[in-house]
Unconditional design. Structure first.
Length: 259
């Protein structure tokens, strides 16, 4: 699959002038996921993320696939990101081992219902290779991600995370870090701008928590192509309501002469 700095999926563009807004779903049951989706879709996010590590039946592949099919029908033409976040990168414990997670990604990619598969680049290199190759063969796109909930590494390290994701075959590269002070927030934005000038794929970046919330608002000015916002429940600290983030983007667009 050809990689591109701008990706358009189901009419939504990553890498354009304004970041797309993604709302995470964190329901623990099929009924809760679908109820949450109905509530969130009414708020008109651009993209939906299903955080399947919250799903109690994650160990039952048939239940995951069935719920994903129902979710696809429920959200209409909104692109879906399928994400299992590991505990070491901020996720919820699950009953699957690493091989089981890869097998689940294979099964999900085969359905065609998920437009993006988010997989952590810190996983076993062979698992990363397999997920990327299989997803591309199934015509899904891959977000290779790096999360650090403890602190913000230096700018050079963060730039290399973005570029390493692209080297490993990512269609989108994502970096999320926790700031300890304002300098850390600036480091994330600097790394995003630097990587954006070098990378050939869209980037997603954020500094988490209240201190880093500003990056969810202005990240697009530095090269981030997507921001997560609260539809019904948040999946990470610092996420804003969808309507608030949309208002911010409208104001920035007007200030830049876009409206």
């Amino acid at each position: 699959m050809k990689r591109d700095k701008v990706i358009t999926v189901r009419g939504r563009t990553l890498g354009g002038d304004t970041p797309v807004i993604c709302a995470p779903l964190v329901g623990r049951t099929r009924e809760r996921v679908l109820a949450e989706a109905a509530n969130v879709v009414a708020k008109k996010p651009d993209v939906i993320e299903w955080r399947v590590d919250f799903f109690e039946a994650i160990g039952d592949t048939a239940a995951v696939v069935d719920t994903l099919a129902a979710l696809r029908a429920a959200v209409g033409d909104a692109p879906i990101i399928f994400t299992r976040r590991s505990t070491k990168e901020g996720g919820t414990p699950i009953p699957l081992d690493d091989g089981g997670v890869v097998a689940l990604y294979d099964a999900v990619g085969a359905t065609g219902h998920a437009d993006f598969l988010d997989f952590e680049m810190g996983n076993d290199p062979e698992h990363v290779r397999r997920v990327v190759e299989t997803a591309h063969a199934q015509r899904s796109r891959v977000i290779l991600s790096y999360h650090n909930f403890g602190y913000t590494p230096g700018v050079d390290f963060l730039v290399q995370r973005f570029l390493e994701a692209e080297r490993l075959g990512a269609d989108v590269a994502k970096v999320a870090v926790m700031p300890r002070d304002r300098a850390d927030v600036l480091a994330l934005l600097t790394a995003t701008a630097t990587a954006h000038a070098k990378a050939g794929v869209p980037l997603i970046s954020m500094s988490m928590g209240p201190l880093g919330a500003v990056t969810r608002m202005v990240g697009g000015l530095f090269g981030s192509s997507l921001s997560f916002a609260v539809g019904e429940g948040s999946s990470a600290p610092g996420q804003m309501p969808i309507a608030d983030l949309r208002t911010v983007y409208d104001v920035i667009g007007r200030a830049r002469g876009g409206g």
